[in-house]
Design a binder for this molecule. Sequence first.
Ligand code: SF4
Length: 459
Amino acid sequence: MTDITAVRWDDELIEKYNINGPRYTSYPTAVQFEALSEETVTGVMTQAQAETGPMSLYVHLPFCEHICFYCACMKVGTKDKSKADVYLDAIELEAAKRSPFFKHRQVDQLHFGGGTPTFLTDVQMSRLLTILKTHFTWNASGEYSIEIDPRTTSNEMLTFLRDNGFNRISLGIQDFNEETQKSVNRLQSLEMVTDLMNHARALEFDSISFDLIYGLPHQNEARFLETLDKVIALSPDRLSVYNYAHLPERFKPQRRIVTDTLPALDEKIRMLKSTIETLQNAGYVYIGMDHFAKPTDGLTKALQDGSLQRNFQGYSTHGDLDMLALGVSSISHIQGAFMQNDAVLSQYEEKVMNDQFFTARGFHLSQDDKIRQKLIRELSCAGEVLFSDYEKEYGINFADYFAYGLEQMRLQEQDELVELTDNSIKVLPQGRLLLRIICMAFDAYLEPGKTTQKFSKII
Ligand code: SF4
């Protein structure tokens, strides 16, 4: 039996398949989003109202005191804390508007993302939690997580978050090398992070996650290994190691990065290879696209028992729940539809305050989208697909329906990325590093002649 956690690096295959492609945090990807009518959104909300199962809640908090030059997130640079008061007024109105559709359902998972959620003062954070607890129903043993910027998070704030039910934190680390930190405008010392980690451990958070980025200015394999040694010594439960995609024409802050200082592709490939080896040697399990976790962490257990999910935050143990997302630019995924709020702060606030329609775009999935969404999720999370499941659930003949995808699988089988039988596709250890390529074969929006230039390189 293939070990689901096994992964095998092959230089030739990595070179062969290193093309542009989606990360599949959603299917269809956000590139396909289009205008949605108010009736469609109301229809989806009404459908959600008829459900009784648990749900997930996301709040986007866009403010950042300093702008990191590599950033591709929706954020607003400011030091003016009063802007968050106005924003929370809008969040309160949005929560009140959505509440009648969701209040009867229990919130099993909450995530604060950004921007910098810890930009909020204690008073503002407290107000936000009161808003959410007023308009939604809390599960006292749910999974509550928040993205932490070590530069703006005091030990007191961490204690406050723990006291208020947060049990998971994710720290933006990126790299400990000072030259790299300076060149991306994100200075945070090892001492600062160590102090915060010690405090977080004392508070007994269930899971502490680190985000790292490879491909930043002045990085090379040796330097990144030094960062990894420091990271391993700090012993986070989970790690996300992202590939920096330099797209200065799309993301303005990236124009301040000097292109000549970026590592070349072969260096990036060496960095990724050493990262995987080093983290595995330190006992971490490769979960899939960018993610690693300790064997004891919930993500590893979910990978092993087949319950792993994927959503906009990456791999998750609750990705299959309806997710209501509040705030500027945030994307809800409810009852087979994606709905993204207005992505311009002033417009989002103005529309919400004036009770106007604030969904900017989204996607209502067709039956074909739903079938492919399930398939792509199973390939990237469980690493195995049984054709008979789809034939039973959707009344299709799998071989006919996915003729193009299976043709691609036969080619990938020759490279030992997958194992193909009459009734199954199984991802093999060297395919686990190329999950995006395997999933792309079933993406209806990428079939021959369709461009992938809008996506980043796989490595
Ligand atoms: S990376 Fe995070 S902290 Fe830095 S500018 Fe972007 S959102 Fe703000």
